[in-house]
Design a protein around this ligand. Structure first.
Ligand code: FAD
Length: 307
């Protein structure tokens, strides 16, 4: 339970929206999820800093969220605060050194804005992010990647806010990235990141992006709501192929279905609940383990309580 005093304090700190008992199905790309006690959108770094330290002092659990495109909130909702970072969205060229150009982006900026800016400025390095619907913060936390590249390949520098509300800057060599993960202490929030790109041919950059977007249209079930790839790829074979080979494409629980187009996507056919999705994930995991001896590890993040 969030006390009335704390609600008032948060409303004083945050000048962006502060919503109580906010249904998360309005925010997750999957369109599922119960209510978050608080869903707030700080719009300056100072507001974010004060919010984080206030929630920590009050021992209120909190989770930072970007575009919620890799996130399932269970149907019982989230007891605590979800800090939406969409209000922190500045993107700019921070430095140029010969052929190297550095883009600095706040955490809530959509990755597509970095892709667009890099096309406009003829910068190469960001093409693989075309079509990834996440934010800078969510992308860095997930070490988002596609077509052979990951954000760790271009991140030069990350600014973080610790649980205590202190800002720390970490350079590339001290950042610990893994496959679809950036190792962060719990409660740490990514505030901004700097990406190192190179001057290149605008024609080649455009061609690469249009190739990637065409592949996505062909291979991904974009007509339905989803959270992208559900499971991480095991070392030797893509999860989607394994799921296809064990015959699970089209398997349905409620309105959640293993996509008929891509085995590693679960789509919401309309009225899926988080429970439908998590049950379907369990079913896929069990069948793959039974038939192939492989334990698929979820890539999507699941938070909150069961109903
Ligand atoms: C159609 C579709 C296609 C996709 N294609 C790809 C793809 O090709 N490659 C790929 O890697 N992913 C893909 N995704 C998944 C998703 O878009 C990426 O993982 C994206 O980077 C998530 O960003 P987000 O802002 O939506 O993060 P969210 O879903 O909001 O959050 C994801 C995780 O990051 C944490 N987080 C978010 N912001 C911060 C922050 N500022 N500080 C600390 N932690 C934070 C959250 O707490 C959560 O644990 C796809 C998704 C969809 C729906």
């Amino acid at each position: 339970m969030i006390s009335r005093d704390l609600k008032e304090t948060i409303k004083r700190i945050v000048s962006g929206s502060v919503l109580f008992d906010e249904p998360m199905n309005r925010h997750t790309s999957m369109g599922v999820g119960g209510t978050a006690d608080i869903f707030m959108s700080p719009v300056t770094i100072e507001e974010l800093q004060t919010t984080v330290s206030c929630l920590s002092d009050e021992k209120v659990p909190f989770v930072p969220v970007g575009n919620c495109t890799n996130l399932i909130v269970r149907d019982g909702g989230y007891r605590g605060a979800l800090i939406s970072l969409k209000g922190l969205e500045t993107v700019e060229v921070s430095k140029e050194e010969g052929d190297s150009v550095f883009l600095s982006a706040q955490t809530g900026a959509h990755l597509s804005r970095l892709v667009e800016l890099s096309v406009r400025k003829s910068l190469t390095g960001m093409e693989f992010c075309a079509g990834i619907p996440g934010s800078v913060g969510g992308g860095v936390k997930m070490n988002a990647g596609a077509y052979g590249k990951e954000l760790k390949d271009v991140v030069e520098f990350v600014s973080l806010i610790t649980r205590e509300g202190i800002i720390i800057d970490v350079a590339r060599d001290d950042l610990r990235f893994e496959y679809r993960n950036f190792v962060l202490a719990e409660g740490t929030v990514i505030v901004s990141a700097v990406f190192g790109l190179r001057k290149g041919s605008q024609t080649n950059i455009r061609e690469r992006i249009s190739y990637i977007m065409n592949m996505r249209k062909k291979k991904h079930p974009l007509a339905y709501r989803s959270a992208g790839s559900v499971f991480k790829n095991p070392p030797d074979e893509p999860a989607g192929r394994i799921i296809d080979e064990v015959g699970l494409k089209g398997l349905r629980i409620g309105d959640a279905m293993v996509s008929k187009i891509h085995g590693n996507f679960i789509v919401n056919l309309g009225k899926a609940t988080a429970k439908d999705i998590t049950l379907l994930m369990d079913t896929v995991q069990n069948k793959v383990l039974e038939e192939r001896g492989i334990l698929l590890e979820p890539e999507i993040k699941i938070i909150g309580d069961e109903l």
